[in-house]
Every structure is written in C-alpha cells, then in structure tokens.
Ligand binder design. Sequence first.
Ligand code: PLP
Length: 442
Amino acid sequence: MTDESAGVDADQEAGAADAEAVAAPNPPVRRVGDWDAARLRDLAEQHGTPLYVTDLDRVAENCTRFRAAFPDADVRYAVKAHTGRAVLDAVRDAGFGAECASAGEVRRALDAGFPGDRVDYTAVNPPARDLDGFVDWWRDDPGLTVTVGAADTLDRLAERGYDGRVCVRVNPGVGAGHHEKVRTGAAAKFGVPVDRVDDVVAAARADFEFVGVHAHAGSGIHGADDLAAHREFVSRVGDIARDAAGDADGDGLEYVNVGGGFGVPYRDADAPLDLAAVAAATRDALGDVDADLAVEPGRYLVADAAVLLTAVNTVKPAGADADEVVAGVDAGMTTLLRPAMYDAHHPIRSLAADAADRDAAPTTVAGPICESGDVFCEGRPLPAAERGDLLTVGNAGAYGYEMASTYNSRPRPAEVSLDGEPLRRREPLADLTRLEVTPEDR
Ligand SMILES: Cc1ncc(COP(=O)(O)O)c(C=O)c1O
C-alpha cells in the first residue's frame, strides 16, 4: 500500500481490527485508530491545539516488551527521541539507562534520577561547552561513560583532566534505516574508521578506562532488507569488538553497544517489528564476543505512545476538478518536523464525530508555516475535512516535540498525559523574545 492509499478505509479497518488488539495485553503496535476519540476530543477542548498527548502507560508497556526481547542486554534509552521528564521517569522506572547526545541531555538524565553509571554521553563532534559540563559532572559521578568517535575527542578529554570510562564509537561501513538522513553506520561523520580503530582503542586503553565498542547503523530498521543490513552491521561490529577485546594486554571489553534504530510501523499497512527476530539476529551476528550486549532504543519505546492533535482552520478545494482538499491546520513543521525533514509518513485520523459518514477526499494536510514543505501528507484519502475538525497525527512520540522549533515565531505546543496531567506548558509568545537584547536594554 502506498503512502497516500493508507487513508480512511485503511484507518477504519485498522481501527476495527485493533479493537481486539487494545484488549490484548501489551500489543506490539498501537495504531492511531486505537486511541479513544472522545478522550482526545476532551483533551483538545481543555488544553487547546496543537497538543501532544502522551500515554505514559504505553511507554512502560513498550519498555516491558523490549526487555522481554532482550532479557540480558544493557538497555539505554536514546533520550533524544523524547526527553520529557515524565517519559524519562517512565523509562528509568523500567530499569533502563540513558544514552545522551549532548551535555544537555546528560544533565536532564541525571536530574531525572538516572544513576551516573547508567548514563552514556555519545559525543559527536562535541562542543567545548559540552565536554566542560560532562567532565565537571563526572567528578561527582565517576560512573559516567563517554563514547568517542574521534581521536581528537580523547585529547580534548585528557586536556580537561578526564581519565574515566571511555567507549570507542566505530564506523563499520554499513548503514541502515528509513531515510538516507538517518543512516549513520557508514557516514564519515560518525565513528572511527575501521583502519584507525586499533590506534584509537590503544589510546583509550593508555589514558582512560576503556570499556567498550559502539556503533549505530541508523534509525527505523523494520523490513527484511533492514534486518539483513542490521545483521551485516552487527557482524562487522562483532569483528571489530573481537579485535579490540583481544588487545595485547588482554583486558577485554565490558560491552559491545550496537546502537538503536528498532523501527515502528508508521503506516497502517506495516506489520509491527518482529523484535524477537531482531534480537535473535543480533545475538547470532555478534557471535562469541565475550562482552555484554548494549542496545539504545529510542523511537521503539516512545513513538506510538503519543499523538499530536491539531485543528483544521482552513478548507480549500484544490485540483483541476476541485475534488481535492487542502486542509489547513494549526500544527506544522515547527510542531512535528519529520514529514518535512524525512518525507516521513505519519498516520492521520479525523476525530470529527461523523467522520465515518463523510466521503473520502484526497487531502493535503498543510501547516501554517510559510514553506512549501510544511505539509503532513499530500492527496491522502481522508474524510472530507471541515473547518473546526480535530485531526490526530499518530506515532508522534519520537522526535516529535523534540524537533519542534519556533520558526515563523510560532511558540511550541503543549503536551499532556493521556490522564490529563500537564507535561509541558504551551510556550508563551513572550518567551520568543525573552533572550533578545533590545535597544531599551542597552
Ligand atoms: C547513537 C544513537 N543511538 C541510538 C539512537 C536511537 O535511534 P532510534 O530512535 O531509531 O532507536 C540514535 C538516533 O539517532 C543514535 O544516534
């Protein structure tokens, strides 16, 4: 099924089929049709739109399912997917650690109560300010680990007096993922090239506590091709790890971290990821490496735990025969960037009370941002939109609020839990100029 054909009928069918899934304990997927329409309408009424609604119980369910597939792995949530405090709390309660992409994320993970020895900072071209912060916090929390992808980073850590835990990120030359922009495994930006790994590991062993080897193939591993690429990727990382562990002093490795990227079915026609198969392939490809397995799921834990609610404010006939519709909504690429950035598909469901009775029309759901890329979908069959309708954008929990911006001076949305607890306030307009130095201040 194509992006566009996954419309009303598919949504409704999925909704019916999924009624059973909702009743089942911890189903492997939650479709946009599974969310309680009345509840979402109430929340939109109370809190306004655009609004992220996050189901913290679903985060916990996703953690439970992930743990079952990787019972003995060291699981570190890639907090960049969703750093909201309530989500961090849910993941921490599940016993997972935190993988952080910046000093800011490290700070937020520590503040949320993740123990330092379960927090990794994956330092990609780390700004000086990040290294300063990280090293400061490490003095209080020596269990922190930094994952380095360049020899330079080791030098810069040593200059700051750091001699703590270091993991080396390698570039195994194989990537995977849903879009070229998220395939990191072979991108020169990330990790130490294979022919330089020995030197960097030797440097890490000499001046730091060298603990592991890390790589991340990319994001959105889902289909059979991705699984094959994942297997190849893990097998190469395993080879690199075996070499690194067998270093002359025989110190071995504490862990091999094969990153995240566990995909979720964004399209209604997509089957859920067979996590057990991925786990088995991972173990198999890693072979006899004598080290713990570490993994860093991001989206898998949070994507289907949130939806974005947005209201239709403008309806415009379009197309040669005026049989298409542009539904202008109050959320856009500043609220949820993934469609504009990666052409990502997000399921969209009309919450209009009579949606099921309306004819389907090829619909472009467009945001209020002055950019032609500011559309959530184009020509997708949806119940003919009317001004005032509420739409739900599904699978919005990962890289949703996190990538929100204030471009076009549009404040960021609010977020509430499905229980109605405010999680993030709507950004006030005044905050957009809070840091500005005006002539009156000078
Ligand atoms: C190093 C690293 N680990 C884990 C992840 C998580 O990826 P995903 O959310 O697809 O699981 C990312 C995502 O960019 C990453 O860069």
